[in-house]
Design a protein around this ligand. Structure first.
Ligand code: ADP
Length: 453
């Protein structure tokens, strides 16, 4: 007798490498896929390979991948009974998740209530504090409108501080303030930007940590009360708050410390009734973890956790949405060896200007421990309308040294023509002493780039 599947056809509300990643997971689970795409992506690999493909709008993301109504209508028209939102676009939009469920379609992700709770960074921090997850010191709530009160709060936290938008995301809507006399102007400016970018002027304030590492915990929770943490990732190599290279496990952090914070994250998940995959992001300095935010979706860097745990996070997301209990327990989750991911972007490696266009040569690396997640094929065109991520090169090895060696060979093997990529940046970074030693802070890459120029 075959097991009941709960749903048969999954609509993938995304594009690029992650759409293909999700499509593969669906196939492995015997599910049909629906690709919804913009006019610009009509020839994209996952669209051509989908069981059903539907164009939902022009190139502009606002009129295609962000058009919730068009996506839900497409699900209805194609008989899709579940939607996977991927990352970015509508993946952390609680209204979208709610509309999907109201239409009688399974949302492959957390409940709308969890997305809403964690989408507001102030309520997220308050919830974490209440469940025993340590947070970055700060205003413990929205910034008041009274200027004297704001000044008093910042003095209490201590300069430098970082002013952040409660509804912010994607590295936008925050400003570092070094001196008291700059505070009120910075608050006014950030408030205006937050209103414009996120439609929410609410701000909060945190102590600006000067040499932290960005460490995050991956969680996976079913609907039967089982919450697991799947180890930690180090995503400290960032430019403009955007991750460039990620690895698991974080070098040099005692496993007991990671286990302690991991358990707290799993407990917090149980507390809020979290469902599906999620990530708790922390700043880590001097042996202390401090929560900054939770991402209620699949992350770009999930493969490094998959490679070190041997688990398939996307398949697990789908099975959780089907109501299946997790088949593993916390003691079954192990971290085996080391994995590093390089985000390959279509951009100039040092000026970072985007480099869209046709890819005339696309030779991919291979061999032991190398995984490539990409939607690009020779002859495809990198579109100028979306983010510039075109591939992820993931190397796994028994040790960090072996993973780095494999990664270097893979990057040297990868041949791309027609567009520029940041492969030379990754190659240069893999010669940097700080990166080779491991454990650099979140400002390392920016400082390294300044020194080069
Ligand atoms: P977003 O949702 O936009 O990604 P986050 O709150 O996750 O915003 O912060 C993004 C990045 O900004 C972090 O990875 C870190 O590099 C930096 N950052 C955020 N808060 C602080 C802080 N309190 N001190 C120092 N750096 C910070």
């Amino acid at each position: 007798m075959t097991e009941p599947k709960h749903f048969q056809r999954v609509l993938i509300a995304n594009r690029g490498e992650i759409a293909l990643r999700i499509q593969r997971a669906c196939r492995q689970l015997g599910l049909e896929t629906v690709a919804v795409h913009s006019e610009a992506d009509a020839q994209s690999r996952h669209v051509l390979e989908a069981d059903i493909a539907l164009c939902i709008g022009p190139a502009s993301a606002a009129r295609s991948y962000l058009d919730a109504e068009a996506i839900i209508l497409a699900a209805r028209l194609t008989g899709a009974d579940a939607i996977h939102p991927g990352y970015g676009f509508l993946s952390e939009n609680a209204d979208f998740a709610e509309a999907v469920e109201a239409a009688g379609i399974h949302f492959i992700g957390p409940t709308p209530a969890s997305i809403r709770l964690m989408g507001d960074k102030i309520t997220a921090k308050q919830t974490m504090q209440a469940t025993g997850v340590p947070c970055v010191a700060g205003s413990d709530g929205p910034l008041p409108t009274d200027e004297q009160e704001v000044l008093a709060l910042a003095r209490k936290v201590g300069f430098p501080v970082i002013v952040k938008a409660s509804g912010g995301g994607g590295g936008r809507g925050m400003r570092v303030v070094w001196k008291e006399e700059d505070l009120l102007k910075a608050v006014a400016l950030t408030r205006k930007e937050a209103q414009q970018a996120f439609g929410n002027p609410t701000l909060y304030l945190e102590c600006f940590m000067q040499k932290p590492r960005h460490i995050e915990i991956q969680v996976l929770c079913d609907t039967h009360g089982n919450a697991l943490w799947l180890g930690a990732r180090d995503c400290s190599l960032q430019r403009r708050h955007q991750k460039v290279l990620e690895e698991a496990p974080p070098p040099g952090i005692p496993p007991e410390l990671i286990a302690d914070i991991g358990q707290r994250c799993a407990q917090a998940c149980n507390h809020i009734g979290y469902r599906g995959a999620g990530t708790f992001e922390f700043l880590y300095e001097d042996g202390v973890f401090a929560f900054i935010e939770m991402n209620t979706r699949l992350q770009v860097e999930h493969p490094v956790t998959e490679e070190t745990t041997g688990l398939d996070i996307v398949c697990a997301q789908i099975e959780i949405a089907q109501g299946k209990p997790l088949t593993i327990k916390q003691e079954d989750v192990q971290t085996i060896g080391h994995a590093i991911e390089c985000r390959i972007n279509a951009e100039n490696p040092f000026s970072f200007s985007p480099s869209p266009g046709p890819v005339t040569k696309w030779d991919l690396p291979g061999g032991a421990g190398i995984r490539l997640d990409t939607h690009i094929t020779q002859g495809s065109t990198v579109q100028p309308y979306y983010d510039s991520l075109i591939a992820k090169v993931i190397a796994h090895g028994a040790t960090r040294t072996e993973a780095i060696r494999r990664l270097k060979v893979a990057l040297a093997e990868m041949q791309v023509e027609g567009i520029e990529t940041n492969i030379p940046l990754h190659q240069a970074l893999l010669e940097d002493k700080g990166v080779l030693d491991g454990g650099v802070d979140i400002h390392h890459l920016e400082h390294w780039l300044e020194k080069r120029s």
